[in-house]
Ligand binder design. Structure first.
Ligand code: PDD
Length: 295
């Protein structure tokens, strides 16, 4: 349980923290967010996450609440106060609070910044990765700017509920032409028949995942080719391997799609290797607490 939450300049007790009832994030989904992994004594790929946050804010013309360096200090302090050594930071910036009105231009809105950090055991994540996860496919019913990390997550929440009902833990979303855009909260990958790592190229249809980006570096250093091209659910079912990437799951092997085993139904060797070495390639923003990078 997160014990302290940063809200607009103050570290509040979890149960006492709150934002205004007319916050635009609450009324209009007018907010963006980031999730950053805490591991090995630092923040994993913090700069890339904060660069994406700045981009999201820019695209929506939301004022940045503070500089990148100041944000890093807030995150570090939130992690420290919650004594998180392995876990996740969640940061959200909304356009601010105002009397309910669709229009926002010309109003002097102060952005709302919330930052919380909570532990997430490495052991439980490793256990999922050892078994691999099941996914189901669903139509992608989201809006036209999925490249912006907004809190408008209702389609993703509904998709994950559907997945749960089907005994799966993620949904791969499929566009009108039958191609996978991404997972409800992850980027989707396959290892194709040529042994290439294949993932859809970036566009307005999917989030430019930070883990996805870092995996390009990992792939290069291991000598794997990355092919940026869309694939169908049929391609994925017949692929050598499949996996997801996200800050919370790193590289997560996918062993079943719509009830059908991918390959032999076990996490693939390439996916496992990528997962194993991922943190050696990701940048670490040190939190300076004297604990060490996990092996
Ligand atoms: N989800 N695609 C979507 C739709 C996502 O929500 C996420 C992240 C990703 C992967 O991005 P990254 O590698 O930068 O985490 C792709 C986060 C973890 C979440 O909502 O919890």
């Amino acid at each position: 349980m997160a014990r302290f939450v940063y809200v607009n300049g103050q570290y509040r007790r979890y149960h006492e923290a709150g934002v205004h009832v007319e916050d635009r994030g609450f009324q209009f989904g007018d907010a963006v967010y980031e999730v950053i992994e805490v591991a090995g004594g630092g923040l994993v790929d913090a700069e890339r996450h904060l660069a994406r946050l700045e981009r999201s804010l820019n695209e929506l013309q939301i004022e940045a609440p503070m500089s990148r360096q100041a944000l890093l200090l807030v995150i570090a302090e939130t992690v420290r106060r919650n004594r998180v050594r392995e876990g996740l930071v969640y940061m959200q910036v909304s356009r601010g609070a105002a009397k309910r009105d669709f229009l926002f231009s010309g109003k002097s809105l102060e952005p709302t910044l919330v930052c919380l950090a909570r532990p997430l055991s490495r052991a439980s994540r490793e256990a999922s990765a050892d078994k691999g996860i099941s996914v189901i496919s669903l139509p992608d019913i989201r809006w036209g700017r999925c490249d912006i990390k907004t809190v408008m997550l209702l389609p993703a929440a509904l998709a994950k509920e559907e997945a749960l009902k089907a005994g799966a833990s993620e949904a791969w979303l499929v566009d009108r032409d039958g191609f996978v855009t991404e997972g409800a909260s992850s980027n989707a990958w396959i290892v194709n028949a040529q042994g290439e790592l294949q993932t859809r190229s970036l566009s307005n249809d999917l989030l430019p995942g930070v883990t996805r980006r870092t995996l390009f570096d990992v792939a290069q250093s291991l000598g794997f080719q990355v092919k940026e091209a869309a694939f169908t659910i049929a391609d994925a079912k017949n692929a050598r391997e499949a996996f997801n990437t996200s800050a919370s799951g790193t590289v997560m092997p996918v062993v079943k799609i719509d009830g059908k085993n991918v390959s032999d139904g076990l996490p693939g060797t390439i996916s496992r290797k990528l997962r194993e070495v991922f943190h050696e390639h990701a940048a670490l923003y040190p939190l300076g607490y004297g604990f060490h990078r996990p092996k």
